[in-house]
Design a protein around this ligand. Structure first.
Ligand code: ARG
Ligand code: ZN
Length: 876
């Protein structure tokens, strides 16, 4: 069944309030839901009440407290329909259901993980608890009563403020919660069990004291300290930057170990994958700390962008997600190095979102139809959605953007809003027409902008000619030209920037050039000497830019641009064609030529002590094999791509060996680990140097020593990765892997790293290694983090291992998907998206990939999650 945006209409009844009572039991939880409704004004007087359900066991149905006559309702195909309801006035419907949390392996609705009851309701999990208007535009206040065994569940939590609790019969107790803020069902949460807590408080800008609690497994409390710190910084930042204050007396976070995604912003009671809460120097890497900071902020920021203002329907998902990602990106940029953060964001966008936008799963940021909403929690909705928000800020400028946001909060607080509502606020605040800009929400595909330049020395006129093209995507063959905001600069040889006397052919605001036509020629007059143009500074627009600049120009940008993102981009633009060429060379068994300029510029920038280490580390991380595949654009052979890239790495490693040894020594962070960005940057630079040294030296000794002497998880796992990936057969590697396993056997999150590092060892043998690891007693099929760490990481992040020319990797994936799907469809569907670029493979591999996809498609009783993905992937 396909859901269409065009079919949206409000419900026939208004839900005024709901009282939920849960009597918790591992296999027979009783839920009673009392809902007060009235017929909506203007709704047909004979319209029935139609409520959503999913695999429910209904044991009772009352109308105003009396059993409902059998002929007044039907329960069919997961829908409860109630007829003959009053034309006016309120009435009460009570639904009793019995739920088996233990058996809920989908992890949607109410389930049990390690003895903890918890819920996940977004997007459509609430209907697995009881029949309901399970859609985001139905907002009401909730009262929740929880009854449970006192001993196993001392803790009883739900949304909002705590009303009270007491004993309740033999060995039981109860607690009541009331959430005064009307909310849709996807924001409901319940948690019960026995957990440890870290407590703190935050005083809001108006002087209210908010209690903060983070619940984790007993004994893990010290590992929640960083998350708490990040939470307090997030709360302060949202007040300072967006003027948003928290609105309940208490804010709680619960960390659980079985969770399908990163985290969930339930009102006042966020539930987190413990991977994004728990950290200490011995067990978490700098990347883990940065992720925790970002995700804690993300979920907290949802309180305004998502909860206070929610979505009218799931087509508007980017209204809350794109905006909230934008907000968490800005937060991290303010907490850390803005330039480095931006580089990391763009790397992520290009490696995850660009392939999605270029393949069979491409869809607009605001889609118009879906079959399974769970499959639309995508990097397009999240990351491209964030970039679209960023472009609004770029086009309007900081001041007007802020005014637009203020208007949005003022106008839509308490609403279930749409993208149109959001954009209108910026139009009204700025007086600017954003209708062409809105195509970013509606047209899928990454725009390609082709540029050429000319300089007329005699006239002092510099000309840029632009042509934009949005590629066809599934369901959208023809595209309109977009409004593309490009930050730019014209660099002169002396390092200053040209200030043109006049610019014609495009609107320019500040340093932003606005492309709006398919073809556009822009002239800059009053330019003394030939400038080096730097385009799309800060990645102001999420586009592919095709601009053949002389390598010397790129090197100039890489060394001198005032925008550090542009410097990184320029080096990338030098490296990528080189890597693509190298891949061609490797494939044809020919010469692999490496432009000396590439290695020289890389080494010069990496060695520039005036630059921050984190930036230099980003420079040293050459475009990945996946980046090269994308640039190559089709007929891809992952083995050749790797061979070519390895050849380039060799050249850089040997040329820069001396520098790398110095960087390795000088950037050792000794004596007490701190997770701050500056220290993390030093570790990143040191470990990047270690990677090159392993190549230059061709021996595992240095990495083995680094492994032995590491005093934090960042250095330890980096050294282990170098050992495993560069020297998989060395005895030191086997020893290190075993030492790591033995030391961390009881820490699930660290053991996930142990699996991931091994599943990404490149080459043909990876699959056998993965299969062997699945037999390890540490492998656990029912834990999503573990499955992702081994199977997911192999499929997503091991190009040569997964894309074996004999197709064995794809057949393995098919087998895994069919095995995971019956238990956890969301997990299966997510891992399956690792094949989203299969059509860009060379023929032998793509034939194997197609066959594997067909095997999946032919599976019995596929979930709607997996069948939706596999069918879209196979559709021509
Ligand atoms: N709203 C959550 C977040 O972005 C993610 C929920 C994902 N839900 C899903 N069904 N995949 O923070
Ligand atoms: Zn979110």
């Amino acid at each position: 069944r396909i859901i269409n945006l065009a079919d949206y209409r409000p419900t026939d009844f208004v839900l005024e309030r709901v009282d939920l009572t849960f009597e918790l039991d591992p296999t027979e939880t009783k839920c009673t839901s009392r809902m007060l409704f009235h017929r909506r004004e203007g709704a047909a007087t004979d319209a029935p009440l139609v409520l959503d359900g999913d695999e429910l066991n209904m044991t009772g149905l009352l109308y105003d407290g009396m059993p409902m006559e059998a002929e007044r309702f039907t329960e069919e195909d997961d829908v409860l329909t109630i007829r003959e309801l009053p034309e006016t006035g309120s009435f009460e419907i009570t639904v009793d259901t019995v739920i088996n949390p233990e058996a809920n392996t989908q992890l949607m609705g109410l389930y049990r993980t390690n003895g903890i009851y918890c819920t996940q309701c977004e997007a459509e999990g609430f209907r697995r608890i009881t029949y309901f208007y399970d859609r985001p535009d139905v907002l009401c206040v909730y009262t929740v009563n929880i009854i449970a065994d006192k001993e196993s569940c001392p803790l009883l939590l739900s949304n909002g403020n705590f009303l009270g609790g007491a004993g309740y019969g033999e060995g039981k107790h109860f607690a009541a919660w009331f959430d005064p803020h009307p909310k849709p069902s996807y924001l409901f949460a319940l948690v019960a069990g026995d957990l440890g807590v870290v407590e703190d408080s935050f005083t809001t800008m108006s002087g209210r004291e908010v209690v903060l609690k983070i619940y984790v497994e007993h004994g893990k409390e010290p590992r929640a300290a960083y998350a708490m710190d990040a939470l307090k910084r997030s709360m302060k930042w949202d007040e300072d930057v967006f003027g948003r204050e928290y609105d309940l007396d208490i804010f709680m976070i619960v960390a659980v170990s079985d969770f399908n995604m990163g985290a969930m912003e339930n009102k006042g009671l966020n539930v987190f994958n413990d991977k994004y809460v728990l950290a200490d120097p011995d067990t978490a890497t700098d990347a883990d700390y940065a992720n925790i900071e970002a995700i804690i902020a993300h979920e907290y920021f949802h309180n305004w962008t998502g909860n206070r203002i929610t979505c009218r329907d799931w087509f508007q998902l980017c209204l809350k997600e794109g905006l909230t990602v934008y907000r968490d990106h800005e937060f991290s940029a303010d907490q850390r190095s803005r330039a480095v953060k931006r580089i990391a964001e763009v790397r992520h966008l290009k490696s995850e979102q660009f392939p999605e936008d270029a393949g069979p799963l491409a869809h607009p940021v605001r889609p118009t139809k879906y079959r399974e909403i769970n499959n639309f929690y995508t990097t397009t909705v999240y990351e491209k959605g964030s970039e679209v928000t960023r472009m609004i800020a770029t086009i309007l400028g900081a001041e007007l953007f802020k005014q637009g946001m203020d208007l949005y909060f003022e106008r839509h607080d308490g609403d279930a809003a749409t993208i149109e509502d959001f954009v209108k606020c910026f139009e009204d605040a700025s007086g600017r027409d954003l209708s062409q800009f809105s195509l970013w929400y509606h047209q899928a595909g990454t725009p390609l902008v082709t540029v050429s330049s000319a300089f007329d020395q005699a006239k002092g006129v510099f000309t840029l000619s632009f042509e934009q093209m949005v590629p066809p995507t599934p369901g959208q063959s023809a595209k309109e030209p977009m409004h593309i905001p490009l930050r730019f600069g014209l660099l002169l040889a002396d390092g200053t920037e040209a200030q043109p006397r006049a610019i014609e052919g495009a609107e320019v605001t500040g340093d932003v050039l606005h492309l709006t036509k398919r073809q556009q020629t822009v002239t800059f007059s009053g330019i003394p000497t030939r400038p080096v143009v730097t385009l799309n500074r800060g990645f102001s627009a999420p586009i592919n830019l095709h601009f053949e600049q002389p390598l010397a120009d790129l090197a100039h940008v890489a060394r001198h641009d005032s925008d550090f993102f542009a410097r990184w981009q320029a080096l990338n633009d030098i490296a990528l064609p080189n890597l693509v060429e190298a891949a061609r060379g490797a494939r044809n068994a020919g010469e692999i030529a490496v432009d000396p300029l590439l290695a020289d510029t890389l080494i010069a920038v990496a060695g520039d002590e005036t630059l921050e280490p984190a930036f230099r580390a980003q420079i040293l991380a050459l475009p990945s094999e996946a980046d090269v595949a994308r640039e190559h654009g089709g007929n891809n052979d992952p083995d050749a791509i790797r061979a070519g890239r390895e050849a380039v790495l060799e050249v850089v490693a040997h040329k820069g060996a001396e520098l790398f040894a110095a960087l390795f020594d000088r950037n050792h962070t000794r004596g007490g680990f701190t997770p701050d960005a500056a220290s993390a940057g030093k570790r990143a630079l040191r470990n990047a140097a270690l990677g090159y040294l392993a190549i230059a030296e061709g021996r595992p000794d240095r990495a083995a020593k680094a492994f032995e002497t590491a005093d934090n998880m960042t250095d330890l796992s980096a050294a282990l990765t170098v050992l495993a990936h560069r020297f998989p057969d060395a005895p030191q590697t086997a020893e290190a892997l075993e030492a790591f396993r033995a030391r961390f056997a009881d820490n699930a999150l660290v053991i996930d790293k142990w699996f991931s590092i091994q599943s990404t060892i490149p080459g043909y043998g990876a699959l056998d290694r993965v299969r062997a690891l699945m037999e390890s007693p540490l492998f656990n099929r029912s834990n999503p983090n573990r499955v992702r760490a081994l199977v997911g990481t192999f499929a997503f992040s091991n190009p040569t291992g997964f894309n074996r020319a004999d197709g064995a990797g794809y057949r393995f994936l098919a087998e895994q998907i069919l095995e995971i799907d019956p238990k956890n469809p969301q997990l299966a569907a997510r891992i399956l998206t690792s094949m989203r670029s299969w059509r860009a493979l060379e023929d032998v591999r793509s034939d194997h990939a197609r066959n594997a996809l067909r095997t999946i498609a032919a599976g019995e009783k596929l979930s709607s999650d997996v069948s939706d993905i596999v069918e879209r992937m196979l559709k021509a």
